[in-house]
Write a protein that binds this ligand. Structure first.
Ligand code: DGT
Ligand code: CA
Ligand code: CA
Length: 578
């Protein structure tokens, strides 16, 4: 399905129009169309074949005809037209953190900068600081943005990679009948970013699997093909390594190739002390080289006298020692999650109605869903006024009257303003069942100010959750100037829950901070998706993985409680601190 591709094209057009300085109205029309199509449930080619593109809300005549031209010819004459006015490469410049469309245009007009390497050169020659409205500070900010982009380029988000892994494994199962197959490497450990994908299979017919692997439809390049290991690069820009081993050593190979390297090194040390050797073929006695296990991954850990260690913990951060003492914690799991406490509807900037979101949550087996639209200060996200929140409540009440199985909670994601006040007065917050508050503006303030704002919000007895607490966007934007330990401590002291935001590019709090929050301060957290459409409710699995990498159990996570206990916990802060 070409929805992603078409959506990206429209997004590019929006950026180009913005660089050109076209009206806000046209730019937003393209952005909106891009978002619609990305989330549209049917393949866009099929919608087109039925002649129904104009029936998608938000798609007018001019955009529809461009989509049709692109789908029928694979090209777009409008792009060529635009290219005569501005170089299309300028889009790449806007990917640099700190460089928006307006700045890209300025850089081009004033300094002839067309692409990243031009920008690097100009930065090295300190040319940016003399441009109108820039200066040394902006120049440094752009240099930092570029450095971050280069440092992290090549690592894709788990959320981009995971669906590809699932698709590849299903494809190999279908085409070859292989039964023993699993992700390995950082994907199996569910790291937030992935260097390359590792997949492991066991079969006596390695040839057949390798043939099928390199014939996967979106293979762009065959990097290596052998009988036990092959590598391909996909159109998405990610590399996949596939290894095929004998069934009798599948467990040992899975353990070895899951890593991490540091975890494996530690395991081999333990093995040596027990006069054993562990490698990708099995566990062996050093004395006589006799193989004593390796078919199942559990064998390896058991022979070494340990509990089996969940892959998310395998970073040599204390998990091996605890496994030896058989004291590993029980980690939170998707099946523990009873609801999502931060989603948006089309009352603000979501794309689905409250009812559509509720149905999708019900389908996932949830007991509750908190509708937390943006509030009034966020005009760009159609934030709600108190009057609109009151209107919206009628729709929430109607659902709750007519449906018993999934309960909707009436909430907001309030904006913490530059002075620390929220953009809704307390008497409005009091009417809500859950108040999530987050920073959405004034993000480049100094640490003292950022902390004062977060502190003020956490000390408000009406605020239960802080959304995306540090504000980092992976590969794009560093965290705000947050003093993380103080944030964790004050959250714990004020009975405020910090969010583990499950959006693949956020995953905020980070795993190590969440772990410290629990261990040092006894902090409780909420795993939320911040979904703006029904499909994104599935991001919860990345949030749960994040929580597992943070060593959290169900008791550390608010939304593992059933509805009654949840409501009690949400009311607690108001009782304690008022
Ligand atoms: P990535 O790809 O950068 O996201 O991270 P990984 O962990 O997937 O690393 P990768 O793909 O280089 O290797 C996959 C696994 O194979 C790794 O987690 C552990 C194992 N491995 C690779 N090289 C070595 C090594 O030199 N020593 C040991 N003990 N294990 C290795
Ligand atoms: Ca890897
Ligand atoms: Ca690899």
């Amino acid at each position: 399905m070409k929805n992603q591709e078409v959506s990206k094209l429209l997004q590019h057009l929006a950026t180009l129009l913005e660089i050109k300085g076209e009206s806000r109205f046209r730019v937003v029309a393209y952005q909106e169309a891009a978002r619609r199509i990305e989330n549209w449930p049917e393949p866009i080619e099929e919608v087109w074949a039925k002649g129904d593109i104009r029936k998608i809300p938000g798609i007018g005549e001019s955009i529809a005809s461009k989509i049709e031209e692109f789908l029928s010819t694979g090209k777009l004459s409008y792009l060529e037209e635009l290219n005569r006015e501005i170089p299309l490469e300028l889009i790449d410049l806007t990917e640099v953190p700190g460089v928006g469309p307006k700045l890209a245009r300025l850089l081009y007009e004033q300094l002839g900068i067309k692409n990243i390497s031009d920008l690097e050169k100009a930065l090295a020659e300190k040319k940016l600081r003399n441009l109108p409205r820039l200066g040394v500070k902006s120049e440094e900010k752009i240099a930092r943005g570029l450095a971050m982009m280069k440092r992290q380029s090549g690592r894709m988000l788990l959320g981009q990679v995971f669906p590809i892994v699932e698709e590849m494994i299903a494809y190999l199962r279908d085409t070859t009948g292989v039964q023993l197959i699993s992700p390995a490497g950082s994907v199996r450990r569910m790291k937030e970013t992935i260097g390359d994908i590792d997949i492991l299979a066991a079969s006596a017919q390695a040839e057949k699997i390798m043939d099928s692997f390199i014939s996967f439809p979106r293979v762009k390049e065959i990097i290596a093909k052998g009988s036990t290991k092959s590598s391909v690069a996909l159109e998405e820009g990610v590399q996949i390594d596939l290894r095929v081993v004998e069934k009798k050593s599948f467990g040992a190979a899975l353990q070895y190739f899951t890593g991490s390297k540091e975890h494996n090194v530690k395991l081999r040390e333990i093995a040596l002390k027990k006069k054993l050797k562990v490698n990708e073929y099995g566990v062996f006695r050093l004395a006589d080289e006799k193989r004593i296990g390796g078919e199942k991954e559990e064998d390896i850990y058991q022979i070494l006298g340990m509990e089996w260690i969940p892959p998310e913990l395998r970073e040599n951060q204390g998990e091996v020692e605890l496994a030896l003492e058989k004291r590993l914690p029980r980690l939170v799991d998707f099946s523990d999650i009873k609801g999502d406490l931060h989603v948006h509807s089309n009352w603000s900037d979501g794309v689905a109605s409250i009812e559509e979101m509720a149905k999708a949550a019900h389908k996932r087996g949830y007991q509750y869903l908190a509708i937390c639209d943006h509030s009034q200060s966020l005009a760009v996200a159609s934030g709600l006024t108190p009057a609109e929140i009151a209107q919206r409540k009628k729709e929430i009440d109607r659902w709750n009257d007519e449906n018993q199985e999934l309960v909707l909670l009436n909430g907001v994601e309030a904006n913490i303003l530059s002075d620390g006040l929220l953009d809704l007065p307390d008497e409005e917050l009091k009417k809500l069942e859950i108040v999530v508050a987050g920073l959405h503006s004034g993000l480049s303030q100094v640490q003292e100010k950022i902390m004062a704002r977060l502190e003020a919000a956490m000390k408000n007895p009406l605020v239960q959750v802080i959304s995306h607490p540090t504000g980092r966007i992976i590969n794009k934007r560093d965290a705000y100037q947050v003093e993380v330990d103080r944030l964790l401590q004050i959250a714990a002291l004020t009975n405020t829950y910090l969010e583990l935001n499950s959006q693949p590019e956020r995953l905020d709090l980070r795993d190590i901070d969440a772990r410290r929050g629990k261990e040092k301060f006894g902090l409780k957290m909420v795993i939320s998706t911040d979904a703006h459409d029904p499909k994104s409710l599935d991001y919860i699995r990345y949030g749960v993985a994040q929580a597992r990498r943070a060593w959290l159990g169900p008791e550390d996570v608010l939304n593992t409680l059933d509805l009654k206990q949840l409501k009690e916990c949400l009311a607690l802060k108001q009782k304690k601190h008022n």
